[in-house]
Design a protein around this ligand. Structure first.
Ligand SMILES: [Zn+2]
Length: 647
């Protein structure tokens, strides 16, 4: 939980907690060639992958009696690992799909084809069609259309004008051309087709919502009828699209990004059919590249792995295949994982800690000086209603209708995508399943879902060195306690606070309290906007506000919970650290991370989390408890003059 050897005691914790807690770790843990970053979390995920690999290798062995689930995960893995069969096929698995696109003779036919194609390409060809919980009616599931269709990680990659962005776009163009050539186009044609792709994607990017815009739920909630959608976006044949999509046209749907669909319709109208056929061909190739022969995999890695993220080497095949099984059949694989590696006692102990953190939040709300009793009562109701899901889902997903065929890696992936697509569409008009998980049990991460008002902690995040109940309480609370506090605070961050106890987007705050809250979030936002990610790139404090608020509130609640739970314990000194110091060093060490520069730049645009150094230092510099623990003087860097406090 706390590794004294990872620390650098030559650093003054009052000037830089992160360097003090992680200094040696950062030197001792270089980034492996196949990774773009390396942290306590990624290390644990890597170890978990090894465990999953064992399960999968066992399940993929022929000649022994296997359960249906073992057959599915084993054959999926075995097919993915069968490199020589995949190699022999080359570009062949793509050809039939590309031929479908080439044969499209009209724009309505294109819309109909998109409807048919979506199940096999749910990652999106221009946009996504799925289901979602209704923002204002949390008990209902409705259809949802959303923006998509960009090859680069964010709209900003198409609009920024600095030298690095221009170079990246030139590299992207070369990559698209190389992929068209691999798919069989003559060199000259591949070059000219490649130029079409960024042109279409830039138009889609300019019409796309920014990540900051999308943090406001009002911006992504626009329920409308099919007639209204057709009026918004008349250039696209929606009737044809829905008719072919495998589910009846919904009477009402959420068009999450109206501006995007308006522009898409206009563009489809304006541009030649040939332009769209080129663009959709690229989308198909790009979406399947990682599942095809080595030539495709390597070219895909050269751009997305190396150029974009700075990785030096492709991950070994077993890792990529294990991750694919986890993505396609995660609850079948996770069920075996949980039986082997997540004992009931771990679940009970995590549950106990969650309850302690929840009780601590309840006390914090009660004691808040700036909030009225009316809002406090509603906040406490929301806290009481929050569901805690620990380890794995109560009811495992049934994969019976998903056919997995040995020797058909790409087909298996497409059938898994279609299974998921149909599962999502089948929810439309049905009551919401409040027990569903968005992460698999073998994921080293956790999340809060504002619409279900629930926290989820997968089994794999509840293991050493992140969680170990036998270890010192101070470090346990500083690490996993802070994570639990973080997820819980998401229910009350600037986005989460907009939802009520049942998960409806509804304002339950008095106007005065809402204003107070916004001012406090603005303090945090300004603080983080001052931090530098790399070069001259600053943290986008408006993008990271929710995570920063959750980090800050989470640590305060965890600290109070730890104090309340361990009042009677004698204050032992271990490794030269008082219990209070161990709490904060363990917190700092939970963030030890080495990261490649390329990845830092991408993250600054796409990741709502601040860089790890600031997740440690930004939080503790707002905490008088930290300053007391290390006897920091008022003029040291870890003592902020304008303290930010929300919760
Ligand atoms: Zn978070």
């Amino acid at each position: 939980m706390l590794d004294p050897n990872a620390m650098d005691r030559s650093v003054d914790p009052c000037s830089d907690l992160y360097a003090y807690a992680c200094g040696n770790w950062l030197r001792q843990n270089p980034i492996p060639p196949d990774q773009s970053r390396w942290s306590a979390y990624s290390k644990l995920q890597d170890e978990t992958l090894l465990r999953l690999r064992q399960i999968l290798e066992q399940a993929s062995k022929g000649g022994v009696e296997r359960s249906t689930a073992q057959q599915k995960i084993g054959d999926y893995y075995g097919s993915c690992m069968d490199e020589s069969s995949i190699e022999k096929l080359g570009a062949a698995p793509l050809e039939a799909r590309l031929a479908e696109v080439r044969a499209l003779a009209s724009k309505p036919a294109l819309a109909a084809w998109l409807g048919r194609a979506l199940p096999r390409d749910p990652g999106g060809l221009a946009f996504t069609y799925s289901s979602a919980q209704d923002y204002r009616h949390a008990a209902d599931q409705i259809a949802q259309l959303d923006q998509n269709g960009l090859g680069l990680p964010d709209r900003d990659f198409y609009t920024k004008k600095d030298a690095r962005s221009l170079k990246l776009r030139a590299d992207y163009l070369a990559h698209v051309a190389a992929m068209f050539a691999l798919a069989g186009e003559p060199a000259e044609r591949a070059q000219s087709d490649a130029k079409t792709v960024p042109r279409v994607e830039t138009a889609l990017a300019e019409a796309s919502q920014t990540r900051v815009e999308r943090r406001n739920p009002d911006n992504v909630y626009h329920p409308m009828t099919l007639a209204a959608l057709t009026k918004l976006s008349p250039g696209f044949a929606w009737e044809e699209f829905f008719r072919e999509s495998g589910s009846p046209a919904p009477a009402r749907m959420n068009v999450a990004a109206p501006r995007f669909f308006k522009a898409l319709g206009r563009w489809i109208e304006r541009e030649d059919l040939a332009v769209w056929k080129t663009y959709l061909s690229w989308q198909l190739i790009n979406g399947k590249a990682a599942l095809l022969s080595a030539a495709f995999v390597n070219q895909d890695f050269a751009f997305f792995g190396k150029t974009l993220e700075g990785r030096e080497a492709l991950a070994p095949r077993w890792k990529r295949c294990t991750e694919r099984v986890d993505a396609a059949l995660g609850e079948a694989l996770g069920r075996v994982y949980v039986e082997k590696y997540f004992p009931p006692v771990a679940k009970e102990q995590a549950q106990r800690m969650v309850s302690a953190i929840q009780a601590s939040m309840d006390r914090e709300i009660g004691a808040l000086p700036w909030m009225s009793d009316a809002t406090k009562q509603k906040a406490k109701e929301k806290l009481q209603a929050m569901a805690n899901k620990i380890g794995y889902p109560e009811r495992w997903r049934d994969y019976a209708s998903l056919e997995v065929r040995r020797g058909d890696a790409l087909g298996n992936a497409e059938r898994a995508d279609a299974f998921e697509y149909r599962r999502q569409l089948a929810k439309i008009g049905q009551p919401v399943d409040r027990g569903e998980w968005q992460m698999t049990p073998s994921t080293v991460n956790a999340y809060y879902d504002p619409q279900l008002n629930g926290m989820n902690f997968p089994a794999a995040v509840l293991q050493p060195p992140l969680f170990d109940v036998r270890s010192d309480a101070a470090s346990n609370y500083g690490n996993t306690g802070a994570t639990i506090g973080h997820e819980l605070t998401h229910g009350f961050d600037d986005e989460g606070r907009r939802f009520d106890a049942q998960g409806n987007l509804r304002d339950w705050w008095t106007a005065r309290d809402g204003k107070q809250f916004d001012q406090r979030v603005a303090c945090v936002s300004t603080q983080y906007s001052g931090y530098t990610v790399i070069d001259d790139i600053k943290v986008n404090g408006k993008l990271t506000a929710g995570e920063d608020v959750a980090d800050l509130g989470g640590l305060i609640i965890a600290y109070a919970a730890w104090k309340a739970a361990n009042q009677d314990q004698p204050a032992r000194v271990l490794d030269g650290l008082s219990p209070e110091q161990r709490f904060f060093v363990a917190y700092g060490q939970s963030w030890c991370t080495n990261e490649r520069d390329e990845r830092k730049r991408v993250r600054a645009t796409v990741d709502p989390h601040s860089p790890e150094k600031y997740r440690a230092n930004g939080v503790v510099s707002n905490l008088p408890e930290f300053q007391q623990a290390f006897h920091c003087k008022a003029d040291t860097p870890m003592v902020r003059k304008n303290r930010c406090q929300v919760w």
